[in-house]
Ligand binder design. Structure first.
Ligand SMILES: NC(=O)c1ccc[n+]([C@@H]2O[C@H](COP(=O)([O-])OP(=O)(O)OC[C@H]3O[C@@H](n4cnc5c(N)ncnc54)[C@H](OP(=O)(O)O)[C@@H]3O)[C@@H](O)[C@H]2O)c1
Length: 287
């Protein structure tokens, strides 16, 4: 199987490269080699590669910046996705597209199922929703859409690495305890994508690690595991605070736990708790 990976230098793209199975012939592309701002660049990249499958791990992911940078966010998260989907349709290419928990409004009290009504509250969420809706409309059963959340990896910038750095520098930290979701190691999502491709699964599904947490819970766990692994050498107070103490330009869902049941059943795999995955990722940061 010939697979073209777009967004290969992002967190998920990097994990997809190192988990790529031997039977896959992988070609990678990232900005500026492919520029989602340019139709010609997308067309040329896909036409010269002629893959059986495209995994789109590229996106405009700067959630707060998107509120000011609306045109570029929509260009990358919607218009470029439309162009990719049309090329996939015309060339009989399977598309794996990644979306987000931010397409939901966060007012649920139970995990969101894949067919629950979307109601994004940010430009990022709205642009990602239009992207996935377009993929469904154009490709129907030629597409696999996976919504995920709270991604981190040993590659790239993310909450885990930010917390570790702050815990080394600061005497104490305040972390929001109101937003609830599920921390997710991009490595596990990458493995899942390869398994889903092998099993030829199509449709819209949810994937995160198992369990739930607030950002505060996540930070406490990062400190505990960081001390255990020797990445941190001292403990500092970590205090739970309400969201209004850290206002952000983009509105974030208060509760965005995703219901993974249908995907777990289709994949026939055993879920792994986010804290176990966090421990595994931190081991990779050990000197
Ligand atoms: N991170 C999260 O917490 C999270 C949560 C839910 C869903 N997701 C979704 O999961 C997917 C992967 O996220 P991630 O965390 O791996 O993202 P990431 O680390 O921010 O990587 C995004 C990738 O997109 C590329 N890109 C940005 N602008 C581009 C352009 N104009 N043309 C071509 N490529 C461009 C980036 O290239 P450069 O490196 O050159 O900028 C980067 O390789 C995305 O669809 C995202 O929406 C992420």
């Amino acid at each position: 199987m010939k697979v073209l990976l777009l967004g290969s230098n992002g967190q998920l793209g990097w994990e997809l490269q190192r988990t790529c199975p031997e039977h896959v012939f992988l070609t990678t592309c990232d900005f500026p080699k492919v520029d989602f701002g340019s139709t010609d660049s997308i067309t040329q990249c896909i036409n010269t590669t002629q893959p059986d499958c495209i995994i789109n791990a590229a996106a405009y992911t700067a959630v707060d910046k998107a509120e000011q940078d609306k045109d570029l966010a929509y260009r990358i998260n919607h218009q470029a996705v439309l162009e990719i989907a049309e090329l996939c349709q015309n060339n009989k290419i399977t598309l794996v597209h990644i979306s987000t928990d931010f397409i939901f409004n966060g007012q649920n009290f139970k995990p969101y199922k894949p067919d629950d009504s979307p109601d994004p509250k940010s430009i990022y969420g709205k642009s990602k929703l239009e992207g996935e809706q377009t993929v469904r409309r154009i490709l129907k059963d030629r597409a696999l859409i996976i919504r995920t959340a709270w991604l981190y990896s040993s590659h790239g910038n993310n909450f885990v690495k930010t917390m570790l750095n702050l815990m080394k520098e600061k005497p104490g930290l305040n972390v929001i305890d109101e937003q609830i979701g599920t921390p997710t190691w991009a490595y596990g999502l990458a493995q899942t994508i390869w398994t889903a491709l092998d099993k030829k699964i199509h449709g819209t599904f949810h994937w995160t690690d198992a369990g739930i947490a607030s950002w505060y819970d996540f930070a406490v766990a990062i400190q505990e595991e960081g001390l255990q692994t020797g990445l941190l050498d001292k403990s500092i107070p970590v205090n739970p605070v309400p969201g209004h103490q850290y206002p952000t330009p983009a509105k974030r869902p208060m509760y965005s736990v995703l219901d993974k049941t249908s995907f777990w059943q289709a994949l026939e795999i055993t879920p792994i708790h986010w804290r176990v995955q966090l421990r595994s990722m931190l081991k990779e940061l050990e000197p």
